[in-house]
Ligand binder design. Structure first.
Ligand code: DX5
Ligand code: ZN
Length: 221
């Protein structure tokens, strides 16, 4: 089970320090939300922020590209230091080509599905990806309410993966906190992205530790 704090909700005046805090508290992945104001109705951060944080953390950098035509930027994100790159199925025509491109750059490749996107679109691409990111809110903003039907969606995706004996991780993103984390993990999620629940907390480090103990309690059950 991996915890991936999303820096979208971090204090950007103290970004390095906050990343260090969650790293020391046991976070597994640093999640970057890249938004272009076109694919999603918001603009966030981009390549220079990944470049500056790359030497600053030993954790894998997960670039969640909420941008149109992501294929144009794959090389740049890999060069900037991303270890994992995910693209939205809704934003890509030649998905297999993009996934192979990400792999050629020695990065883990993920595909992302919006809440209203059916899992059927994953049928053909599933054997080629390292992870599927299930959006449990509509992408674009931190701090939104978890969409409850995501739980059954994760359960169905998990069963697609196990039935076909694939090694594909399930990442979940949006509205993950101490209440929703156990629900998505029980449904089959492997990696949890959390923005406001971690960086919106008084102590991000403490928030990571609390989430870890909630997850450990489920695994032991
Ligand atoms: C939403 C982003 C998320 C966001 C999650 O568009 O993809 O990664 O930061 O934020 P919370 O955890 O606050 O829902
Ligand atoms: Zn994200």
């Amino acid at each position: 089970m991996k915890i991936a704090p999303s820096i979208l909700s971090a204090d950007f005046t103290r970004l390095g320090e906050q990343v260090k805090q969650v790293e020391e508290a046991g976070a597994d992945i640093i999640h970057f939300d890249i938004m272009d104001g076109h694919f999603v109705p918001n603009i966030s951060i981009g390549l220079p922020v990944i470049e500056s944080l790359r030497p600053f953390t030993a954790l894998p950098i997960d670039a969640h590209l909420m941008i149109s035509n992501p294929e144009r930027y794959i090389d740049s994100f890999a060069r900037a230091g991303a270890d994992m790159i995910s693209v939205h199925v809704e934003a890509v025509v030649h998905l297999h080509r993009v996934v192979e491109h990400i792999h050629r750059l020695d990065c883990k490749a993920g595909v992302v599905v919006n809440p209203a996107t059916s899992l059927y679109v994953l049928d053909e691409i599933l054997p080629y990806v390292d992870y599927v990111l299930v959006m449990s809110v509509n992408p674009g903003f931190g701090g939104q309410k978890f969409i409850p039907t995501s739980i059954d969606k994760i359960r169905r995706l998990k069963s697609m993966i196990t039935t076909r004996q694939l090694r594909v991780a399930i990442e979940v993103d949006g509205g993950i906190d101490l209440t929703t984390a156990p629900l998505v993990v029980e449904a089959g999620a492997d990696w949890l992205v959390a923005g406001s629940a971690i960086f919106g907390a008084e102590s991000p480090a403490q928030a990571v530790k609390e989430m870890r103990s909630v997850l450990q309690a489920i695994v032991k059950e």
